[in-house]
Ligand binder design. Structure first.
Ligand code: ADP
Ligand code: MG
Length: 454
C-alpha cells in the first residue's frame, strides 16, 4: 500500500468517522505494510491500539477495500521501546516516508483470502460436475501442465469458486514451493488500476509474471474493460509461454462472453474448457446428505424425518448456494424451537424459498423434451397422426403439461394443435391408468419430470 493510497483512504475515513475521531484515532496510525492480506499499522500506545481495533477496524478495512487494496484484516502494533528522544510517531499530515510493498520472489503473494470450507473433501461429485472436479484435481496435483488454461464455466452457485479454492488449498499444502495466486477478475483490475495510478506497473508485471499457478475467478468481469483486458492478455500469454498453469472461471463459455476481444476468447478456449452443468436430483441429494452429516456436530440432537432431504432436493433446484441456505435455515429453525425436522416443518420454515424455486415449466418445453425422448417430431406431437408410436408420447406430454404447469385444459388443448379439452382429459386419464401397470412408462415419466424440473 502506498502513501498515496493511504492518503486517499484517510480522506474517506475522515468523512466516515468524523473529523474528531479521525484526528484522535486514525491520523496517528502509521501504515507499515501489507502482506498476506494483513494490513499492519503502528499505533503510539497500547490503549490506542485497543480502541482503534475495537472501534475503527471495520471502517478502515472497508475504505482500504474501496481503494482497491486486497486485505482480509488489519493488525495494529504498538511501537515498543521508543527512545526518549525519538521524534513522535509521524502522523499522516506530516507525510511519512514513502513505503511501498515491493514485489520480489520472497514476498508472499497478495492472494485473495481463501474460504477454508472450500476443499476437495467437502465437494460432492456428481454427473453434472465430475469433469470439472477431475480437471481441478489434476491441476491440484501440481504436476506438469497438461492443459492450459483450465477454463471452468457455469451458472452461479454451481461450485466454480469452491473448486478454485480447493486447488489453492491443495497446492499450498502439497507444493509449498509453488507460487499460487488466486484472485477475482475484479481484483485483478483493481490492482492493475492501482499500479497504473501509483506508477508501479513494472512491479505489477513482475509480480504477475513470477507466479506458478494463476487463478482468476469470474473473468467475465473484465469484458468491455479495455486496458484491463489488454494487461490480462499479456499476463496470460507470458505465463502460458513459461509453461505456468492458469485456471479461469466465468459464468459462460469463452466464446459467449460479450465484449471480450476475439484473441482473448480464442486464447481462453485453447486449453480445457469444462462446463459445470446445473445440478441434478442425485447431486442435490448428495450435497444435502453431506452437509447434514457435517451439521451433526453443530446440532448434536438433530433428528430428520425420512424424506425431508429428498423433498428439498426435489423442490429446490436453482443452485447449490440456495440449497445450502435452505438447509442452514431449516436446522437453525428446528434447533431453536426444539423440534424434529419433519416434512411439515420444512414446508413451514422454507415457504418463501419453496415458492421462489417453483420453476415455471412451459408446455413448449414439455413438447420439446417429450419429442426428443421418444424420438418423434414435435410437429407430429401436435399434429393429427393417430398411430400408437405418436399418440402415446402425445398423451404423456398432455399428462406432464397438466401436472407441471398451471394451464387449464382448454389452454393445453390449444397448444396441442387446437384439440378439444375433453381430448386432453382423456389423454391424461389414459396415462394415469397405464402408469400403474406399465413400469417402463412410469419410469419415462419420472425421468422427463426430473429433466423438466431441473
Ligand atoms: P460459483 O463460484 O460457481 O458461483 P460457489 O463455488 O461459490 O459457486 O458455490 C456456492 C456454494 O455452493 C458454496 O458454498 C459451495 O461450497 C457450494 N457448492 C457448490 N457445489 C458444491 C458441491 N458439488 N459440493 C458441495 N458444495 C458445493
Ligand atoms: Mg464464484
Amino acid at each position: 500500500m502506498t502513501d498515496e493510497t493511504w492518503g486517499q483512504v484517510c480522506n474517506q475515513l475522515q468523512k466516515a468517522v468524523g473529523q474528531n475521531n479521525y484526528t484522535t484515532w486514525i491520523a496517528p496510525l502509521e501504515p507499515v505494510g501489507l502482506s498476506d492480506g494483513i494490513a499492519s499499522f503502528h499505533a503510539p500506545t497500547k490503549f490506542m491500539r485497543d480502541w482503534v481495533s475495537r472501534n475503527f477496524a471495520e471502517p478502515i478495512l472497508r475504505e482500504l477495500r474501496h481503494a482497491g487494496v486486497i486485505v482480509e484484516r488489519i493488525e495494529i502494533l504498538v511501537l515498543k521501546h521508543r527512545p526518549a528522544n525519538a521524534a513522535p510517531a509521524p502522523t499522516h499530515a506530516s507525510a511519512p516516508p514513502a513505503r511501498k510493498i515491493v514485489s520480489n520472489l520472497d514476498a508472499p503473494l497478495p492472494s485473495a483470502p481463501l474460504d477454508g470450507r472450500f476443499t476437495f473433501d467437502s465437494f460432492v461429485v456428481g454427473k453434472p460436475n465430475e469433469l470439472a472436479h477431475a480437471a481441478a484435481k489434476r491441476v491440484a496435483e501440481g504436476g506438469p501442465v497438461s492443459f492450459n488454461p483450465l477454463f471452468l464455466y457455469g451458472g452461479v452457485g454451481l461450485g466454480k469458486t469452491h473448486l478454485m479454492h480447493a486447488i489453492a488449498h491443495d497446492l499450498r499444502q502439497q507444493r509449498p514451493d509453488l507460487r499460487v495466486l488466486y484472485l477475482s477478475a475484479e481484483q485483478f483490475m483493481y490492482r492493475f488500476v492501482q499500479a497504473l495510478r501509483d506508477k508501479q506497473i513494472m512491479d505489477f508485471k513482475e509480480m504477475f509474471r513470477s507466479i506458478d499457478v494463476l487463478m482468476v475467478d469470474d473473468v467475465q468481469f473484465i469484458a468491455g474493460k479495455e486496458s484491463t483486458q489488454e494487461e490480462f492478455f499479456h499476463t496470460f500469454n507470458a505465463l502460458v509461454d513459461q509453461g505456468k498453469q492458469i485456471v479461469i472461471s466465468a459464468d459462460r463459455a469463452p466464446g459467449e462472453i460479450k465484449d471480450l476481444e476475439e484473441r482473448i476468447k480464442s486464447r481462453l478456449s485453447c486449453g480445457l474448457v469444462v462446463d459445470l452443468h446445473p445440478t441434478d436430483y442425485e447431486l442435490r441429494l448428495g450435497i444435502l446428505q453431506t452437509k447434514t452429516e457435517n451439521y451433526r456436530t453443530e446440532y448434536p440432537g438433530l433428528q430428520i424425518a425420512p424424506g425431508v432431504l429428498e423433498f428439498l432436493a426435489h423442490r429446490i433446484t436453482s443452485n447449490v448456494r440456495i440449497l445450502e441456505g435452505a438447509l442452514t435455515r431449516l436446522f437453525a429453525y428446528a434447533s431453536l424451537i426444539g423440534r424434529e425436522i419433519t416434512l411439515d416443518l420444512a414446508q413451514e420454515c422454507l415457504k418463501d424459498q419453496l415458492r421462489q424455486s417453483e420453476r415455471k415449466v412451459t408446455v413448449e418445453e414439455i413438447l420439446r423434451k417429450v419429442a426428443e425422448h421418444y424420438n418423434v417430431r414435435l410437429s407430429d406431437l401436435v399434429g393429427p397422426k393417430r398411430m400408437r408410436a405418436i399418440a402415446r408420447p402425445r398423451q404423456v406430454a398432455m399428462f406432464l403439461s397438466k401436472s407441471l404447469t398451471t394451464r387449464s385444459l382448454p389452454d393445453i388443448g390449444r397448444r396441442f394443435g387446437g384439440r378439444d379439452h375433453t381430448t386432453i382429459m382423456h389423454g391424461i386419464r389414459k396415462i394415469e391408468e397405464l402408469r400403474a401397470s406399465d413400469s417402463q412408462l412410469a419410469e419415462d415419466i419420472d425421468m422427463l419430470r426430473r429433466l423438466l424440473e431441473s
